[in-house]
Design a protein around this ligand. Structure first.
Ligand SMILES: [Zn+2]
Length: 318
């Protein structure tokens, strides 16, 4: 934590002022915190014991502190920003609280899905938006972990996307147009924004801005039939379920040809996404319809949801 309360009640922020040796307390729970500083330590406060604090669950890593500082410093010249803002109604501290309505949460370590849901819904129950920004351990890699689905956001212009903070490269990274293939492998585009360059609030609005339609090409996997046969042979639960559903329609996945699997690369599919409340069903339908009318078997050009929507309106609904 960068913020603590002095014995006399004054709130101090170590990013803004020098702190002397004295007693400090957590502004949220009132418990004792210790000032940590030294040559190799970013000056900060840490709870003497976390046991009694209902707001804080773990001590912060240097990465978490650094990311939080970047967001605070970046925003403070352009808008109203509060560092470590306690919201007593929901027993949460927003890492950075912007314009009294947006909570920025830096997440650098694993947390249980239930906790993520509880915390996200907590903010929303108070009428606030919450934006989760991911530290190194949670960056999107080859495929999504069950937890990562719940950090995804969605816009018509950029599809599924996620935000990452990179201290090594000193950039805020946007991974967008996220898709996955039948093996679960991820495909996406990347935009990087150098720390402190331009307005951070404008950057957060990028997914919703009017923009040129971006796209990229992916190639179909010619071995996919063999792969699915193998998955069924080894009784992979996901593919067993797909096969059971196919049987109900009088089909059998083992008889599918390469053509039947087109398009192989699809939008991210899940039963629920913690950060997305829109109904995505028309996106999924328009996506499927588009490629069925194209029937190009070797590759797919992937576009944002707005593109398929437009195509559907102009060509299918007549
Ligand atoms: Zn506390």
């Amino acid at each position: 934590m960068f913020v603590a309360r002095e014995t006399k009640g004054k709130i101090v922020n170590v990013l803004e002022e020098k702190c002397e040796k004295q007693d400090y307390f957590c502004p949220a729970c009132g418990g004792r915190v210790i000032l940590r500083q030294g040559k190799r330590v970013r000056t900060h406060f840490a709870h003497e014991t976390l046991k009694d604090c209902l707001f804080v669950f773990e001590n912060e890593s240097p990465e978490h502190l650094n990311n939080k500082e970047v967001l605070y410093q970046w925003l403070k010249n352009e808008t109203k920003v509060q560092l470590e803002y306690p919201i007593h109604e929901i027993k949460q501290i927003a890492d950075v609280f912007v314009n009294n309505n947006l909570a920025l949460e830096v997440q650098c370590s694993y947390l249980p899905q239930e906790k993520l849901k509880e915390r996200s819904e907590g903010y929303r129950s108070q009428g606030f938006e919450v934006l989760w920004l991911l530290g190194k351990k949670l960056w999107l890699k080859e495929r999504l972990t069950p937890l990562q689905y719940h950090f995804l956001y969605f816009s018509q212009n950029m599809g599924f996307y996620a935000w990452e903070l990179d201290q090594d490269k000193q950039v805020l990274r946007l991974k967008y147009l996220l898709h996955q293939d039948l093996r679960g492998k991820l495909y996406y585009k990347i935009k990087e924004f150098a720390f402190y360059k331009g307005s951070l609030l404008e950057i957060f609005r990028v997914p919703f801005k009017r923009q040129q339609i971006s796209n990229f090409r992916v190639f179909e996997d010619k071995q996919i039939c063999h792969y699915i046969q193998q998955q069924l042979y080894y009784q992979n639960p996901f593919w067993m379920k797909q096969q059971a559903e196919a049987y109900q329609k009088g089909e059998n996945l083992l008889t599918f040809s390469l053509k039947d699997w087109y398009p192989q690369v699809k939008p991210i599919l899940a039963n629920d996404f913690c950060q997305i409340s829109q109904d995505l069903s028309s996106y999924y339908t328009n996506f499927q319809t588009y490629y069925q009318t194209k029937m190009q078997n070797d590759f797919q050009n992937l576009y944002p949801p707005a593109f398929y929507h437009q195509y559907f309106r102009e060509n299918v609904v007549k």
